[in-house]
Design a binder for this molecule. Structure first.
Ligand code: CP
Length: 342
């Protein structure tokens, strides 16, 4: 943990191989704490974690709050609809209010891409010793989701020796509404960093061709990619081709709330072409797991029967692993002496 050098976690483009290992190994140490008795560790006693979710959430917000409580931190949550945002207070002034109460880490979700990053930059300019952890911003990034997905995958592939090295050369199919998905974008950084080859599959309206170049250029402001040899990203319009020889399938929710045009002719056709079902899984190798970040549109991107089949569908494991991965992230941010980090 001595090499951890992130004051904020906004996206995964700046994560090194060592960063992924640090988070996942620490998460595994938290996961293996005996579950009898209090389940709490005193690691963050006296720290304050604030969860500022300007956009709805069930899993991310609850699991960050549970993670903070398991680390014995104080937790302050916030509900936009009953807050002073309604009186015109800005997100920055809202954040400054929680800092004045002593927050050490602010977990922020916002429906506009870039808001957590802008807030982090404003706080750095003010020399505030507080960390921002992006809980999902617009179409941009959802780093904690991709990290819990990585944890789930490596433990699926090898329970005895879970390691990100085991992902090298694996074929992961990501299927569905890629264009609106911050989860897909964060998974592209993390999976390719571990040497996995990703096949993206969806209709052209939800998956433009330029996604194959997604990880080729670091985002503005980042000098270079810390990963030397990333896995490949390819695009397939055929689900049959995408599923052939895949080692895992990651299916995504159709984000109707982010679609401001008619991007699909109808949902039934979409399900026929891109929905994952037990029948469709016959196209794959045996025992291929299906992941989904949740919430799921039952019967659209995945059949209801498959969602309830926990021998194949890892959704519940993803949620459970989310708590320990988020414990690791909160611990790293709240305990690192990050005064000179950006
Ligand atoms: N996966 C995810 O971000 O779910 P929530 O919107 O429920 O947090």
């Amino acid at each position: 943990m001595t090499n951890w050098n992130h004051k904020h976690i906004i996206d995964l483009s700046s994560f090194s191989f060592e960063d992924y290992k640090t988070v996942l190994e620490l998460a595994h140490r938290f996961k293996t704490i005996p579950s009898s008795g209090s389940r709490k560790v005193p690691a963050l006693q006296g720290k304050l974690i604030a969860t500022l979710f300007f956009e709805p959430s069930t899993r991310t917000r609850s699991s960050f709050e549970l993670a903070a409580k398991r680390l014995s931190a104080d937790v302050q949550s916030f509900s936009p609809s009953t807050s002073s945002l309604k009186k015109g207070e800005s997100p920055l002034d809202t954040v400054m209010t929680y800092i004045a109460m002593g927050a050490n880490v602010l977990v922020i979700r916002h429906n506009c891409s870039g808001v957590p990053d802008q807030l982090a930059k404003s706080l750095d300019q003010k020399n505030k010793q507080v960390s921002i952890l992006n809980g999902g911003d617009g179409l941009h990034s959802h780093p904690s989701q991709a990290l819990l997905d990585l944890y789930t995958l490596i433990h699926f592939f090898n329970k005895k020796d879970p390691s990100i090295e085991n992902l090298a050369g694996k074929k992961i199919a990501i299927v569905g509404d890629i264009i609106h998905s911050r989860v897909a974008r964060s998974n592209l950084w993390s999976l390719t960093a571990c040497g996995a080859n990703v096949v993206l599959c969806g209709p052209p309206t939800l998956l433009p061709n330029n996604f194959s170049d997604f990880v080729k250029n670091p985002p503005p402001g980042q000098k270079k990619d810390p990963i030397k040899n990333r896995g490949e990203i390819t695009i397939s319009r055929s689900l049959k081709e995408a599923l052939k020889d895949a080692d895992a399938i990651y299916t995504l929710r159709l984000q109707k709330e982010r679609m401001n045009e008619n991007l699909l002719s109808n949902l039934e056709t979409y399900h026929q072409n891109y929905g994952i079902t037990h029948e469709r899984l016959k196209l794959c190798k045996e025992n291929v797991p299906v992941l989904h970040p949740g919430p799921v549109n039952r019967g659209i991107e995945m059949s209801s029967e498959l969602l309830d089949d926990h021998s194949i569908c890892l959704v519940d494991q993803q949620v459970s692993n989310g708590v320990t991965v988020r414990m690791a992230l909160l611990y790293l941010l709240a305990t690192t002496k990050n005064y000179n980090l950006k």
